[in-house]
Design a protein around this ligand. Sequence first.
Ligand code: SAH
Length: 344
Amino acid sequence: MTKKDIRRLSLEDLRLFFTEQGQQSFRANQVYQWLWQKGAHDFEGMTNLSLETRELLQEHFVINHISVDQMQRSSDGTIKNAVRLHDDLIVESVLIPTKTRTTACVSSQVGCSLDCTFCATARLKRMRNLNPDEIYDQVMAIHQESLLYYDRPLSNIVFMGMGEPLMNYNNVLLAIEKITGVEGLGMSPKRITLSTSGVPKMIKKLADDHVKFHLALSLHSAIQEKRQVIMPFAERFTLDDVSEALVYWYEKTKRRITFEYIVWDGFNDTDQDIRALVQFCKKVPCKVNIIEYNAIDDGDFKQASEHRIQAYTQALERAHIPVTVRRSRGNDIDAACGQLANKH
Ligand code: SAH
């Protein structure tokens, strides 16, 4: 008999298990706390349970906990974890410290099925979706590193690691439920941002499911013909459909969306590109985050000049659209946006 992964069980399932085994059902609460809040890696360590109970659990279940295979630290304090899953696949997650915050950037899939030409993760085949507990464990590992190295708890989470979170919808939402729930980390959903390349149907579903976290869209071009050159799946998920879904999202949630945008030299740095972005931004309340391009091994992209980036920020500001320019972190260890590629 292959043992079941205990973290697939809800609290209710676990209660039922104990009752069926002739034990008191409140044991389930204790076990649940060990599994989620305390992030237990094994049953032996569940010290407030009797030896008999621990052996019973051992007999029936496994805990498929992740392990941090390798941890790299950047000169700017960024930490990258290479995370080994129970089936020996690897994903990466990143801790990004600033003066006041610690942000965890976590993966939602092993590899990615999207084929963005500028992203290193796109060079990896999508192997499988991550389970809720595998996403949760990445967050927990970074929370613990934050306490250890920065003497403060994790403050924010971004789903901007490997994979497309909206193509692993259920598991990502289950993970967030645990991250925000009292039985887990109890973090406010306002401190969580999910970033998507733009899957219209799923953006609408988020709104229908009344999620409380923030949404970001990797836009990079507001011109359909251009966007689909660098993000080929955008041929199917067109800007028209994406913007319609975003309007729907805003109407339901009243939360403003963030557009992530890279400006490349000779690709999207003309006045026409800027005008298209400003027009696009008028469709729905938003802010724009211009992110620095991180060179990847086989890419022929180059970040646009400071001057052209300024042209963007000025045009957006004139149109009263909030804009920030974000500097990259962790480049020296390939931990920056778009650089996660299991190189170690
Ligand atoms: N698939 C989701 C989640 C990944 S987020 C999404 O696309 O939003 C990763 C972010 O890094 C995205 O905004 C992506 O566009 C950006 N990115 C990818 N490659 C990059 C690179 N080489 N330099 C800077 N940002 C990059």
